[in-house]
Design a binder for this molecule. Structure first.
Ligand code: ADE
Ligand code: ZN
Length: 305
């Protein structure tokens, strides 16, 4: 199974650049920390602890050169796993919060991705708890870079402190600028958050695992062909799902809900895309044919453009 998964051509549709920094690279970015310290920071028991660690990691990416380095490292890892296509989330909201120049960071990121065998597109992510005006600023930056491979606008961060209803006008603006709407929803909050996301026109749902609590919602997602970006290791590490036995990936798949498998923050969740596929096989009985279908879904649900 391992070599079958390694050989599959895969797409990664939900991976955050800032969550992909392996401890060894983090020490290169900030020589004042040790590998052991980074490993400690990358351990959490709940979602709030994870978000604190994400901010900790983000604070160590200081320059456009740092962004270029972490981009190269992520793409090397993806290429080594036979990932052929990736939509990479950039926390542009965090760049703004840190008073960086997102345009300069993005230029460095795009140029670092230039030689990769992986075809890459970009999603600009706002921090939902920073509110609507902040999200508009991120969406405007994304809209200005559609000619450089920016295909989507997303909202990450704390779902409980930044309900999706806040972003209706921002999503409308992003859509009218040619961007796809790619919010996190139903990760830590319940089905209502996903209903609101689809009502506001989400094209895919980041996580969306809590849809499994609502048969009507699962049927809606199936009928309207809106996929969930499922990230098993992420859900376990953040406590969004209490144990692997409780993870709904199999129930969602069996209910006909379109799913793609993803890593979310591979370094922070100690995973790879191949490992996520292996978890689906070993813990949830996905057959090689089913894994082939899931891998194909990664390409089918990619953003156009
Ligand atoms: N940013 C990076 N990973 C995230 C996650 N799992 N949920 C919300 N925001 C995030
Ligand atoms: Zn995410």
């Amino acid at each position: 199974m391992e070599s079958f998964i390694a050989g599959l051509e895969k797409a990664e549709l939900h991976v955050h650049l800032e969550g992909s920094i392996e401890p060894e690279t983090m020490v290169e970015l900030d020589p004042s920390v040790t590998i052991e310290q980074v490993r400690n920071e990358y351990r959490y028991s709940d979602f709030a602890g994870f978000l604190r660690a994400y901010v900790w990691a983000g604070k160590r990416i200081a320059t456009p050169g740092d962004y270029a380095l972490i981009t190269r490292r992520l793409l090397e890892r993806l290429a080594a796993q036979n990932v052929r296509y990736a939509e990479i989330n950039l926390s542009v909201g965090v760049m703004l919060w840190r008073k960086q120049d997102p345009a300069r960071n993005f230029d460095a990121i795009v140029s670092a991705a230039g030689n990769s065998p992986v075809q890459v597109r970009w999603i600009f992510d706002a921090v939902r708890q920073f509110g609507t005006e902040h999200a508009f600023e991120v969406a405007r930056l994304a809209a200005g870079r559609t000619d450089c491979g920016v295909v989507g606008f997303g909202t990450g961060g704390d779902e409980a402190r930044g309900p999706i209803e806040w972003f209706e006008a921002v999503f409308d603006f992003a859509r009218s600028s040619g961007l796809r709407i790619l919010p996190h929803a139903g990760e830590t909050e319940g089905p209502k958050s996903i209903w609101n996301a689809v009502r506001l026109g989400a094209n895919r749902i980041g996580h969306g695992i809590r849809a499994a609590e609502d048969p009507e919602l699962m049927a809606w997602l199936r009928e309207h062909d809106v996929p969930l970006e499922v990230c098993i290791s992420s859900n376990l590490a953040t406590g969004a799902v209490k144990s692997i036995e409780n993870h709904p990936v199999r129930r969602l798949f069996d209910a006909g809900v379109p799913i793609v498998l993803n890593t979310d923050d591979p370094a922070m969740f100690h995973t790879t895309l191949n490992r996520e596929f292996a978890l689906a096989a070993t813990h949830f009985g996905f057959t090689s044919e089913e894994l082939r279908q899931v891998a194909a879904a990664g390409f089918r649900y990619a953003c156009p453009g």
